[in-house]
Design a protein around this ligand. Structure first.
Ligand code: 48H
Length: 280
């Protein structure tokens, strides 16, 4: 049998073009490399649902700590609500408290007023994604997390399907990534927390035991509580970012993003401790 990669080399040497061989080489490279990525993700330390700022920052710090991390986002382009800045004016405000995170991830910012700085939101979002993948986090885009693995009173992974499959309401069964920890970083909708509570009839670590839902805008208070509400809300399930305030019933904050970044870092620290405890 002809070895395709060898033939391509020979073809190039002879200056000939064998399009079918080149096409096979391209396809085989993508398919093998992609399935190798999935294979590496079947048993994770951390599954992060949602690639907004809090989820990406969590992925970055967990990967930096040497954990096996996958981030799953239903969109073609992860990044969540940060690309568009505010009303598509592509600038964001970050408070100085979050500057160490900007420095860790080597993002560019300009000083603004009252202890804040400004960032180009496209630079910031692209930079977060770049640094997280560089640190070793694997990103699966176009993946919707439709459920969790739930065993013996613990969330132990995510159940995934292609976003286009779900959009077309096709009845195709999903696949599963198990994980020592799962992060709900799904933003305003708090999808994973809702699913866990609804499907399994369990109480979350909130005042009502359920997802309370977010309140209207108070930027300063919303930023403060985002960090406070970042926690393990059910064994194995952590929550960060806007979902943290949604689950615990606190304020939205508009286009200030320091809270999202600091929440992602706190989530990574909590998940790191949980992973280490499980490893004994
Ligand atoms: C796969 C999913 C699923 C699912 C959702 O909303 P995000 O940007 O998340 P945060 O919390 O990191 O940042 C919030 C911030 O962007 C924001 O909205 C602010 C500060 N708002 C303030 C205000 O007043 O409005 O990103 C969530 C991501 C998105 O990319 C979704 O596509 C993804 O999660 N996602 N991915 N499976 N079931 N649900």
């Amino acid at each position: 049998m002809r070895d395709a990669s060898r033939s391509v080399k020979l073809d190039i040497l002879h200056g000939k073009s064998y399009h079918e061989v080149m096409e096979t080489l391209i396809t085989r490279g993508i398919v093998n490399s992609y399935f190798e990525k999935i294979n590496r993700s079947l048993q994770l330390d951390a599954a992060i649902v949602g690639g907004g700022p809090s989820g990406i920052v969590a992925a970055y710090y967990l990967a930096k700590a040497g954990h096996k991390v996958a981030l799953l986002d239903r969109k073609l382009a992860p990044g969540g609500g940060m690309w568009g800045g505010a009303m598509m004016f592509n600038e964001i405000v970050v408070q100085k408290d979050a500057q160490p995170i900007l420095d860790d991830l080597q993002l560019q910012y300009r000083d603004y007023e009252q202890g804040t700085c400004l960032l180009d939101s496209v630079h910031a979002t692209a930079g977060l994604l770049y640094r997280a993948t560089e640190a070793g986090a694997l990103i699966f885009n176009c993946y919707s997390v439709e459920d969790v693995v739930y065993k013996q009173g613990r969330v132990g992974g995510v159940v995934v399907n292609w976003t286009p499959v779900l959009l077309q309401h096709m009845h195709v069964d999903p696949l599963t990534f198990t994980a020592k920890t799962v992060l709900d970083a799904t933003g305003h909708d708090c999808e994973i927390a809702r699913t866990v509570a609804r499907k399994n009839g369990v109480s979350l670590c909130t005042q009502t035991g359920g997802v309370i839902g977010e309140m209207s805008m108070d930027a300063a208070e919303g930023e403060r509580t985002t960090i406070e509400n970042t926690k393990e809300i059910y064994p194995g399930l952590f929550v960060s970012g806007m979902a943290a305030n949604g689950v615990s019933g606190s304020f939205r904050m508009g286009p200030i993003f320091g809270g999202m970044l600091m929440s992602g870092k706190k989530a990574a620290e909590l998940m790191h401790a949980s992973i280490c405890a499980q490893q004994g």
